[in-house]
Design a protein around this ligand. Structure first.
Ligand SMILES: Cc1ncc(COP(=O)(O)O)c(C=O)c1O
Length: 445
C-alpha cells in the first residue's frame, strides 16, 4: 500500500466507530440484514408486520431449514435458529474439553440465570420453574408425583396428549384412582360447551383436572382459565399441558390458573431438541413428589425436580439464546404472524368443494395450527399427507383419532406465504384428483 493510500485508509478507519467496524466485519450477511429488517420494523405495528413478507424473509434467513422441502409440521418439533444451534455447539465443544469441569462447574452456573429468564417469559416466579427434558417428563412428574389414593377421581379428555393419557392409565392400574373421560367435540367456538363439559364431570371425589391448553390434534385453544376457576371452586387441582401454547401466543402461566404446568421448549420457543419446563405453584411444591428422588423429596424447593442425572447441559444452556431470539422477534409479532399464516392458507382453501377445516379461525379458539381434510366417503386423512409429500415435498402429519380427522398444518416464523401458496395448490389439486379418482395412486396429480 502506498503512503497516500495508507493515510486515507487510516482516516476512514478513524471515521468508523469501533462498534461499526466490528459489526460490519464480523457480522455475517444474514445477521446484518436481519438487524436492518428489525430496525425498519420498529415503525410498524405487529398487525402490519404480520403480512410484511420482506421482514419475515430475513427471519427465515436466521434458520438453516432445508430449501428442498416445505416443513409444515413444526408442531411436532421445531428447528432452532442459527444463534441457538451455534451456542449449543460451542457449549458441546467446551464440555468435551473436560466434561465434569466445564459441564458441572462452568456451564451449570448458567442454571439460575436461565431459570430467571424462563420465569420472565412465563410470567411467574423463578422459584416455580424447574428445567426438564421435555413436556412429557414435566407432566409425568406431576402425574406420578401427586398424592392420590384409590377412589380419587381425575377428569381428563380423550383429546389430551397420548403420553399424558398413558401416565394416568398407569396410575389407574397401580393405584386404583378413577379416570373420568370426556370426549370433546372439536373444533368448538362455544366456551360454555367446553367449560361445562368439564364442570359437569366434577364430583365430590374429583381431586385433579387434566387440561391441554392447545389440543395438539387440531390446534383448538381451550378456555383453560374458566375451567380452572370452576375446578378451584371445588378444591380441585389443575394441571395444564402447555406444550403447544408456550411462546406461541402470549399469556402467563399464572393467568391460566394452573397449579401445575409442563411444556417443551423445542416446539414453539425453537430451543434445541430435548429441553422443557415444569411449573409448580409455590405452595404446591412441598407435596408434589419428584420422579427422580432428591435427598429430601418433601422440600418446598423447585430444584428438587432437577435431580435427573447426567444430561446434556449444552442443550439446556442454549435455551438462553432461544429466549433472546424470541424476544428479538417480539412475542406479539410472533403471535400475529402465526395467526396470519394460518388464516392465509385456510381462507384460500375453505371454499374448495368437499374441503373441511378442523380448526377455528376465530381468535381465542385457534392459533397457528390448522387441520384440513377432504370430506369424502372412503378418503382417509393420510391420503392428503401422502399427496402433498409425493407431489410437492410438503411435510405434514395426519390425524385420524377419535372424532378428529385431517392433515395438521403447522407453519413457523420462517414459513413464507409463497410456501403456503404451494400448499394451497396441493390441497386444490388433491381435492380435484381425489373427487375424480377416489382410489387412484397418490403420486400423480
Ligand atoms: C399437547 C402435547 N403435550 C405434550 C407433548 C409432549 O411433548 P414432548 O414429546 O416434547 O415431551 C406434546 C408433543 O407433541 C403435545 O403435543
Amino acid at each position: 500500500m502506498s503512503t497516500v493510500n495508507r493515510r486515507s485508509f487510516l482516516q476512514t478507519l478513524k471515521a468508523l466507530s469501533a462498534g461499526t467496524l466490528l459489526s460490519s466485519f464480523s457480522q455475517p450477511a444474514w445477521s446484518r440484514n436481519l438487524q436492518n429488517a428489525l430496525e425498519s420494523a420498529q415503525s410498524k405495528t405487529p398487525d402490519q408486520l404480520a403480512s410484511d413478507e420482506d421482514f419475515w424473509y430475513f427471519i427465515q434467513q436466521s434458520y438453516t431449514v432445508s430449501p428442498y422441502l416445505i416443513n409444515l409440521n413444526n408442531g411436532g418439533v421445531a428447528p432452532s435458529p442459527k444463534p441457538v444451534q451455534d451456542a449449543m455447539k460451542r457449549y458441546f465443544d467446551m464440555c468435551n474439553e473436560a466434561p465434569s469441569h466445564f459441564m458441572w462447574r462452568i456451564l451449570d452456573q448458567g442454571r439460575e440465570p436461565l431459570r430467571k429468564n424462563l420465569a420472565r417469559i412465563a410470567g411467574c416466579s423463578a422459584e416455580e420453574i424447574a428445567i426438564q427434558r421435555n413436556a412429557s417428563e414435566a407432566l409425568e412428574t406431576i402425574i406420578f408425583g401427586l398424592p392420590l389414593k384409590a377412589g380419587d377421581e381425575v377428569v381428563l379428555a380423550k383429546q389430551d396428549y397420548p403420553n399424558v393419557m398413558n401416565a394416568w392409565k398407569q396410575r389407574e392400574l397401580r393405584d386404583g384412582i378413577k379416570l373420568v373421560w370426556l370426549n370433546l367435540q372439536l373444533p368448538s367456538e362455544d366456551t360454555d360447551y367446553l367449560v361445562n363439559a368439564y364442570a359437569k364431570a366434577f364430583t365430590a371425589k374429583t381431586k385433579v383436572v387434566q387440561l391441554t391448553h392447545v389440543i395438539n390434534w387440531n390446534g383448538q385453544i381451550m378456555p383453560v382459565r374458566a375451567i380452572a376457576d370452576a375446578a378451584h371452586q371445588k378444591g380441585i387441582d389443575v394441571i395444564v399441558d402447555g406444550a403447544h401454547s408456550f411462546a406461541h401466543f402470549q399469556y402467563t402461566i399464572p393467568d391460566l390458573g394452573a397449579d401445575y404446568y409442563g411444556t417443551s421448549l423445542h416446539k414453539w420457543l425453537s430451543a434445541c431438541i430435548g429441553v422443557g419446563v415444569l411449573y409448580v405453584k409455590k405452595e404446591k411444591i412441598k407435596k408434589l413428589f419428584p420422579l427422580f428422588a432428591p435427598p429430601d423429596p418433601t422440600l418446598d424447593d423447585i430444584r428438587k425436580f432437577e435431580h435427573l442425572g447426567t444430561r446434556p447441559f449444552f442443550i439446556e444452556q442454549a435455551v438462553g439464546k432461544a429466549i433472546e431470539f424470541y424476544e428479538m422477534i417480539g412475542a406479539q409479532r410472533k403471535e400475529q404472524r402465526l395467526l396470519y399464516l394460518k388464516n392465509y392458507w385456510m381462507e384460500k382453501v375453505k371454499d374448495i368443494p368437499y374441503i373441511k377445516l378442523g380448526t377455528s379461525m376465530k381468535p381465542g379458539f385457534g392459533c397457528g395450527i390448522g387441520l384440513v381434510t377432504l370430506d369424502q366417503p372412503g378418503i382417509k386423512p393420510v391420503d392428503l399427507e401422502v399427496f402433498l409429500w409425493n407431489n410437492y415435498k410438503i411435510h405434514t402429519t395426519n390425524v385420524d383419532y377419535e372424532n378428529i380427522r385431517g392433515v395438521r398444518i403447522t407453519p413457523n416464523v420462517y414459513t413464507t406465504t409463497k410456501q403456503l401458496d404451494i400448499l394451497v395448490e396441493g390441497i386444490h389439486e388433491h381435492a380435484k384428483y381425489r373427487t375424480k379418482f377416489p382410489t387412484g395412486p397418490l403420486d400423480q396429480k
